[in-house]
Ligand binder design. Structure first.
Ligand code: SAM
Length: 496
């Protein structure tokens, strides 16, 4: 096995036998989902990371398929020791519905006719894609996703997951994406679709049965669509750097309409090779799904994201003009308005939109920091000394001194957290001659949960000028204590 590689992998298939009702109201009688997994699912099934792919991606994220020497499309960040560390996490990626890489799409056979769906395939949305991913996750017996991650259209699916299934997603990583498709994005997609539909070989979407060497299907239109798309994935800077004004296999311009410049030749090559791996109808359906993507509610992204619960990492790329940084910043603002935990970073890169696939150094660093981020449960003190409700201040003071602690959570006879008392409160008791714990303890206890990030717990303590937070379970039972001292040691020690 190559170091840092998941090695040889195989694509698996889940056949979902029941009909799927789509967002449009149309029904798909049954469907297949192509997927790959890497790493090991742990006993609690809580180390799962779902990766969602972009427009032309597939389920093959990492490693090598048998007989192939080209690794998966995000192999730079998925594998042992990489950001999506397969020694720790169980990573899943599936091909989207509507695609052409193993999951049901327009090129699949329609069971009603025995022929490819073609244009009879129903229009799908990003929400349909995530609903199908959920079917796969359910099938695998997984109830919670430690993280969902993706760039571009993958980022849209991540956002949709946090909206559709808020209780299932703990961490969300959205890269070079948006909360809604903009007119410019829709416009570029429409040019691509038009290129395909204007190709006479598209034939209203029904070309699968007629394909031959002489009639290869709408490859000219698809190549043109890819050429336009590809330009939007690059940047002015990266095109200068890659091609300049270099001529293609000639030393002077031709004064004709043959290929003059290297960039023209490159685009033709990109267009042509794309037709060997992608289906024109899938391009139509998937770009339509992207166009329809809009998580705003009453025109507000903050309203649209009101129910999300995950902690977010949002990454944009400085030179991305297809999904410019302002769109990521809108996501961040909407999450912040909802008091959600969010980290934002704009990657400095000249690669344009494609940087999410190419800037593996920066992406690896940001994602691994975010995924390994410490939560309260990782660092809290467990066997916490407590005091019983109804004690005297004298008993409380003795316990604080004997145990050499500054805080004692106060428990009721049924072990419920009912207060907290500190050395500060004992000083108050002495000054005012108060004899009972009940008179000095703080009853409105500010608490934290084990999965709260330590940065957020620290912020809570700072805001309330307190130095400890009892950690409770959903039934208000005490399971630990975290102090500002322990947190500052961790943060000061460079652990994030
Ligand atoms: N920084 C010191 C501390 O945290 O104990 C002293 C300042 S603060 C004004 C002290 C008060 O905060 C005490 O009355 C204590 O009972 C209360 N307190 C400490 N931790 C608390 C918590 N998690 N929730 C509510 N009150 C708390």
């Amino acid at each position: 096995m190559i170091k840092g590689s998941v090695g040889t992998v195989t694509t698996q298939y889940y056949h979902h036998p029941s009909p799927l009702v789509l967002e449009s109201g149309e029904k798909l009688p049954s469907l297949s989902i192509a997927y790959e997994t890497y790493g090991k699912l742990n006993r609690d099934k809580n180390n799962v990371i779902l990766i969602c792919h972009a427009l032309s991606g597939d389920a093959h994220v990492a490693g090598f398929l048998k007989g192939e020497d080209k690794p998966g499309w995000w192999d730079t960040v998925v594998g042992p020791g990489k950001a999506f560390d397969t020694d720790r996490y169980y990573v899943i990626c599936s091909n989207v519905i509507g695609g052409c890489k193993g999951s049901t799409g327009p090129s699949s056979v329609n069971p009603a006719t025995g022929k490819s769906y073609g244009a009879a395939f129903p229009v799908i949305t990003i929400r349909d894609m995530t609903n199908v991913e959920k079917l796969l996750i359910d099938h695998l017996g997984i109830r919670e996703l430690y993280a969902v991650a993706g760039g571009s259209m993958g980022g849209m699916q991540v956002l949709q997951w946090t909206v559709s299934f808020p209780d299932m997603v703990k961490k969300a990583i959205v890269i070079a994406s948006t909360g809604y498709s903009t007119p410019q994005q829709i416009a570029f997609n429409e040019v691509g679709r038009n290129a395909i539909c204007s190709d006479p070989e598209w034939n209203g979407g029904n070309y699968y049965d007629m394909k031959s060497n002489a009639a290869p299907g709408p490859v000219k239109g698809l190549a043109l669509a890819r050429m336009v798309g590809h330009i939007t994935y690059l940047s002015d800077e990266s095109m200068h750097a890659k091609f300049g004004r270099s001529l293609q296999e000639k030393d002077r311009i031709g004064f004709d309409f043959s290929t003059d410049f290297a960039v023209e030749s490159y685009l033709h090559h990109q267009g042509d090779t794309f037709t060997q791996r992608f289906d024109a109808n899938s391009y139509l359906y998937i770009t339509k799904a992207i166009d329809y993507f809009d998580l705003t509610k009453d025109g507000s992204l903050a309203k649209g994201l009101a129910g999300v619960r995950a902690a977010f990492l949002v990454i944009s790329v400085s030179s991305d003009w297809l999904y410019p940084p302002y769109q990521s910043q809108e996501i961040v603002s909407a999450l912040t308005a909802n008091d959600r935990e969010v980290r934002y970073c704009e990657i400095r890169s000249n690669y344009g939109h494609d940087a999410f696939l190419l800037e593996s150094g920066q992406i690896n660093y940001l994602i691994s920091q975010f995924l390994r981020r410490t939560v309260v449960g990782d660092v809290m003190m467990r066997d916490v000394p407590t005091i019983e409700e109804g004690s005297t201040t004298a008993v409380t003071a003795r316990r604080l001194i004997n145990l050499e602690v500054n805080h004692l959570p106060v428990l009721s006879s049924s072990d419920q957290l009912v207060g907290i008392v500190t050395s500060w409160d004992i000083a108050k008791a002495v000054a005012k001659n108060l004899l009972w714990l009940d008179e000095i303890m703080s009853k409105n206890v500010i608490t934290t949960l084990p999965d709260e990030p330590i940065e957020s717990a620290a912020k809570k303590m700072e805001e309330h000028s307190i130095s400890a937070l009892p950690v409770v379970d959903p039934d208000q039972h005490l399971i630990g204590l975290i102090t500002s001292e322990a947190i500052s040691m961790l943060l000061g020690g460079g652990n994030s």
